[in-house]
Design a protein around this ligand. Structure first.
Ligand code: HEM
Ligand code: HEM
Length: 433
């Protein structure tokens, strides 16, 4: 009898699935929009949009070099709402990279990556990489000039990985160049393996967040009351979801997903650029030895990111934006310092003579690799000591300052690569790119 009424109650509840993702009650302070901006939830909704639109696109898409481009033209011209469907998938994919990235910054700047959220953080890092890979594998599918050459350039970065680089590149491409086996591999990764991995890791991410007691609560808010998830949280999530859907539909109806001319493997555009999220790496390649640009820098940053939650700190300000007043001031200072340093670095490396020409007898791995890397590491060390003393920072505030410098630097490198590199990847004014 009791079981019957429980089943009935459950059946009547239209929010059943959403409520299962949440505890029955949540702390009122965590409902403040400005704590999370709903970014994690938006990322989850975008994934649902990608799966739904992706499955529909799959009905019409032909993963072969001869037919891929035609199948997209056909989809756009003869299928009702075909263009819209493709545009929604395209713009949501772009939004997803941005939103997941901003969500990560929100977690760093509210100090929400430490125990008991360390595993959520590491799962998040894996999710970020998978979302970028999902974008990258999707990029090739339209098989137009842009996609063909962007994938050729980006996968060529892999050959700089010592020992296994060429092997990994050929395994991914299914041969020496981008062709039919590449399209088959990318299609299978894009529509099968990667989405399944994202869904599995997302479920694990959600479970860990739940186990950690929900979203981070600042110490000053510990006394804030517990309120019912429905209506308080679910209503807010609903508003954010509707706003996001409206924005995606509006953008997709105003701007069509781009499609250039059909891929031509024998005509490379000049300059040939990687997809925008890899442009920072392509820009680094101009300044550093490839081994450092493609292996040492990314591996150092990723290792530091995995290690971040385990760096001991005595701070008590988790759950507060930028941790403290000192944190706000040092973050602003780091933003300015990171921007100035990167711009100066790009400018000087353009004006000063090439170290390889100055010291022809020394191997480039040393002149454009080890020496600049050590100089950079020294600069970061001096900078960290300086801001620690200037702002009396604790470890979490220091980590935050370093993240600000790295993100600012990568953003400027990316913008330079996209807007200021013209023919032969030389620096030009943006209107000449
Ligand atoms: C597909 C990608 C992702 C999805 C769907 C997702 C989803 C979510 C959701 C719904 C929350 C709780 C509410 C919120 O903060 O908005 C959350 C919290 C969290 N996420 Fe993510 N996330 C993703 C990627 C990431 C990334 C890239 C990171 C970091 C590298 C990350 C680290 C965390 C952490 C540490 C928390 C706990 C924060 C806290 O307790 O305040 N997540 N995530
Ligand atoms: C994280 C999730 C996903 C992301 C970020 C993503 C991203 C992308 C991107 C950037 C493109 C190229 C779009 C264009 O400019 O034309 C694309 C194309 C495509 N995607 Fe996805 N996708 C995701 C999930 C899926 C799923 C789950 C499927 C199917 C099961 C799918 C099927 C397709 C198909 C068939 C195309 C080719 C059609 C086209 O290019 O318009 N995608 N995807």
């Amino acid at each position: 009898m009791e079981q019957n009424s429980a089943t009935k109650k459950h059946k009547k509840n239209p929010f059943g699935l959403i409520l299962h993702l949440h505890p029955r009650k949540v702390r009122a302070s965590t409902l403040r929009f400005s704590l999370t901006f709903g970014l994690g939830g938006m990322a989850a909704l975008l994934m649902v949009i990608q799966v739904v639109t992706g499955l529909l696109l799959k009905f019409h898409y032909e993963p072969s070099p001869g037919e891929a481009y035609n199948s997209i033209l056909n989809l756009q011209e003869s299928l009702l709402f075909g263009k819209m469907l493709r545009s929604i998938h395209h713009w949501s994919a772009l939004a997803m990279v941005w939103i997941v990235f901003l969500h990560m910054l929100r977690v760093v700047f509210t100090g929400a990556y430490r125990t008991p959220r360390d595993v959520s953080w590491i799962l998040g890092l894996a999710l970020l990489i998978l979302v970028v890979l999902s974008n990258f594998t999707g990029y090739l599918l339209p098989w137009d000039q842009l996609s063909y050459w962007a994938v050729t350039v980006a996968t060529s970065l892999l050959s700089y990985v010592p020992l296994a680089g060429e092997l990994i590149r050929e395994a991914l491409l299914g041969g020496k160049e981008v062709g039919q086996p590449t399209l088959t591999n990318f299609f299978n990764l894009h529509t099968g393996i990667i989405p399944l991995l994202i869904i599995a890791l997302m479920a694990w991410h959600f479970w860990r967040i739940r186990r950690a007691g929900g979203v981070i609560v600042a110490e000053k808010d510990m006394g804030s009351p517990m309120v019912d998830t429905r209506p308080h949280l679910v209503n807010r999530e609903f508003v954010v979801a509707v706003a996001l859907l409206a924005a995606i539909f509006l953008i997709s109806s105003l701007f069509d997903a781009p499609l250039r001319e059909r891929a031509n493997p024998s005509f490379s555009p000049n300059p040939a650029k990687a997809p925008w999220y890899f442009m920072g790496l392509q820009e680094l390649l101009i300044h550093f030895h490839p081994f450092f640009a493609v292996v040492v820098f990314p591996v150092t940053v990723l290792t530091a990111a995995v290690w971040m939650p385990f760096i001991r700190s005595d701070d008590v300000n988790q759950g507060i934006w930028f941790l403290s007043d000192r944190g706000v001031r040092s973050a602003k200072f780091s933003l300015a310092a990171g921007a100035l340093f990167t711009v100066l670095f790009i400018g000087l490396s353009e004006l000063l003579p090439d170290p390889e020409l100055l010291l022809p007898a020394v191997p480039p791995l040393i002149t454009t690799g080890f020496i600049p890397f050590l100089l950079l590491a020294l600069t970061v060390w001096v900078f960290m000591n300086y801001i620690r003393r200037r702002f009396s920072l604790n470890r979490s505030e220091m980590i935050q300052a370093v993240v600000v410098v790295i993100v600012t630097s990568y953003t400027i490198l990316t913008l330079t690569g996209i807007f200021l590199r013209g023919e032969g990847m030389n620096l030009v004014w943006p209107w000449k790119v």
